[in-house]
Design a protein around this ligand. Structure first.
Ligand SMILES: Nc1ncnc2c1ncn2[C@@H]1O[C@H](COP(=O)(O)OP(=O)(O)OP(=O)(O)O)[C@@H](O)[C@H]1O
Ligand SMILES: [Mg+2]
Length: 235
């Protein structure tokens, strides 16, 4: 079992946001986490990363308990995270930002090099000496994805990677996500664009109000108009 989440609860102060989230990723597949705004998708990723420490529940990566550990430890254990808000070091160059991410894999094997990243996004190579803070939002998003990959995750959690990106770049990010999967890394993708998520993912989770209300294949999801109406479309 690659990743196993059981009974995850999380709060912001007294607001109870996650109400016992359960799902598993037996193998390194691409899984999409869908849901309306405010349903708790980002909080699920943050609870897994220890950014919002879970009040209850278990997050196991290859059998090892991560709940209760700090975010840095969790990243070292092999959970990569690309947050919704692009997190670059604005005063460091693109190159320096990438170097900050470089880490040996949990199994000792680096899966990606800097050159691989420039192959994915040539724009980053053109601007490698530029301060990250001067890059556009989309470029900062690419940089954040690459920095996470250079950390050699076993599973990458990506929060709305295509938000605000031009359609052509959305296609590039889609290809990169497929390639991450092809290298044997699991991907958990939070997306607003259902069509994009359904194109790359093999499995879909739908979040209701802080819990999972659907867990099934993309094919099954396509037949579930009821789930779409109740939990995804804006009323
Ligand atoms: N830092 C915070 N402090 C207090 N409440 C928060 C905080 N972050 C999120 N919330 C609340 O927690 C709930 C879930 O938010 P979350 O960010 O997980 O939603 P989401 O599904 O990612 O939606 P979206 O990204 O579209 O906003 C929302 O009601 C939100 O208002
Ligand atoms: Mg969110």
């Amino acid at each position: 079992m690659l990743l196993d989440i059981k009974g995850l609860h999380a709060y912001y102060d007294k607001s109870h946001i996650l109400h016992g989230v359960n799902f598993a990723l037996p193998e390194a597949d691409i899984i999409a986490l869908l849901g309306r705004n405010g349903s708790g998708r980002s909080t699920t990723l943050k609870a897994m990363m220890g950014i919002v420490p879970p009040a209850e529940g278990s997050v196991k990566l290859q059998g090892e308990e991560l709940a209760g550990k700090g975010s840095h430890q969790i990243a070292l254990r092999g959970l990569g995270y690309v947050p919704e808000e692009r997190l670059v070091f604005p005063n460091l160059s693109v190159d320096e930002n990438l170097q900050m991410g470089v880490q040996r894999g949990v199994d000792g094997a680096p899966r990606w090099s800097l050159e691989d990243m420039f192959g994915y996004f040539p724009r980053l190579k053109e601007r490698r000496n530029q301060r990250a803070g001067y890059m556009s939002g989309g470029e900062q998003q690419m940089l954040t994805i690459c920095r996470s990959l250079l950390g050699n995750p076993l599973v990458l959690l990506v929060d709305e990677p295509t938000e605000g990106l031009a359609p052509m770049i959305v296609d590039v990010v889609t290809d990169v996500i497929r390639d991450i999967h092809a290298k044997g890394v699991g991907v958990m993708l939070v997306e607003q664009k259902m069509s994009m998520a359904m194109r790359v993912a093999s499995r879909v989770l739908v979040m209701g109000h802080g819990d999972i209300v659907f867990d099934g294949s993309v094919e099954e999801m396509q037949t579930r108009d009821d789930i779409r109406r109740e939990w995804l479309e804006v009323a």
